[in-house]
Design a binder for this molecule. Structure first.
Ligand code: FMN
Length: 214
C-alpha cells in the first residue's frame, strides 16, 4: 500500500491539553445531529498518525453510518454487553447491578448504542503486536473527536456476537477485533472526569518511591 503524508487539519484547533483533560466517555449521543464524512475523515487521519510497531500499521477501521445498520448493530451490542455481565457477575438485568457500581453507567450504553450517528469498529490484521499497535491510534481517534466537539466512548464486544457482527459487515475471518467506538454530538455536556492522583500511581527511580509532587 502506498503511504501518504498529511498536514494537520485546520479544524483541529483545540489545544492538546484541553482535548486530553476534557475527553471522557460519552454514552448519550444525539441521533438527530449528524457527524459528517469530513469529520470522520479527520478522526481517522488522526488515528493513522499514531505510533505503531515498525510502522507496519496493522489497524483497520470499519465505519458504520446507516441508521438501519446501527440499529441492527445496537441490538448485538446490547446482547454482548449483557452476555459479558452474565459471564462475569451473573447479572441479567439492571435490577441486578449494585447501586454504587460503575456498570450502572456502562449499562446505559447498551441501551444507547442504537442512537449513535456513527460507530467505528477497530480491527487489525492479526499479528503479535497488533493490539499495542492499534490502541495509540484509538486514543488519537478519541482525542480528535473531542477536539471537533464530538463525544465518543471506547467499548468492547463479546465472543457470543462476534461472528454475527463480522457477517453483518462482511469482515474477513483473519481480522482481529479490538474495540467499538460510537461517535456523535453529546446529549448533555462533557463534564469533569476524576482519576487517581499520579503521585499515588507513579514510582520515581525505584518502585514504591514517591515522585516529587503530591
Ligand atoms: C478497554 C475498555 C473497555 C471499556 N468498556 C466499556 C463498556 O463496555 N461500556 C462503557 O460504557 N464504557 C466502557 N469503557 C469506557 C470506560 O468506562 C471509561 O473510559 C472510564 O470509565 C472513564 O470514563 P471518563 O473518562 O468519563 O471518566 C471502556 C474503556 C476501555 C479502555
Amino acid at each position: 500500500m502506498d503511504m501518504v503524508r498529511l498536514e494537520p487539519p485546520a479544524e483541529l484547533t483545540m489545544q492538546v491539553g484541553e482535548a486530553m483533560f476534557t475527553q471522557r466517555a460519552t454514552r448519550r449521543l444525539d441521533p438527530d445531529r449528524p457527524v459528517t464524512d469530513a469529520q470522520l475523515e479527520i478522526i481517522l487521519n488522526a488515528a493513522s498518525k499514531a505510533p505503531n510497531g515498525g510502522n507496519m500499521q496493522p489497524a483497520r477501521y470499519l465505519v458504520i453510518r446507516e441508521r438501519e445498520a446501527i440499529a441492527e448493530f445496537g441490538k448485538l451490542y446490547f446482547e454482548a454487553w449483557w452476555a459479558k455481565r452474565r459471564d462475569a457477575y451473573g447479572w441479567s438485568s439492571k435490577a441486578d447491578i449494585p447501586a454504587d457500581s460503575p456498570y450502572r453507567l456502562a449499562a446505559l450504553l447498551a441501551d444507547e448504542m442504537v442512537n449513535a450517528p456513527a460507530v467505528i469498529l477497530v480491527y487489525s490484521e492479526a499479528s503479535g503486536v497488533a493490539a499495542s499497535s492499534t490502541f495509540p491510534g484509538v486514543q488519537n481517534l478519541l482525542l480528535s473527536a473531542r477536539a471537533l466537539g464530538l463525544g465518543s466512548v471506547l467499548t468492547t464486544l463479546h465472543p457470543e456476537v462476534m461472528d454475527r457482527v463480522n457477517a453483518m459487515f462482511g469482515v474477513p475471518e483473519e481480522m482481529a477485533f479490538h474495540c467499538c467506538i460510537p461517535i456523535g454530538y453529546p446529549r448533555g455536556n462533557f463534564g469533569p472526569t476524576s482519576r487517581f492522583p499520579t503521585s499515588a500511581t507513579t514510582s520515581w527511580g525505584r518502585w514504591g518511591e514517591a515522585p516529587p509532587w503530591t
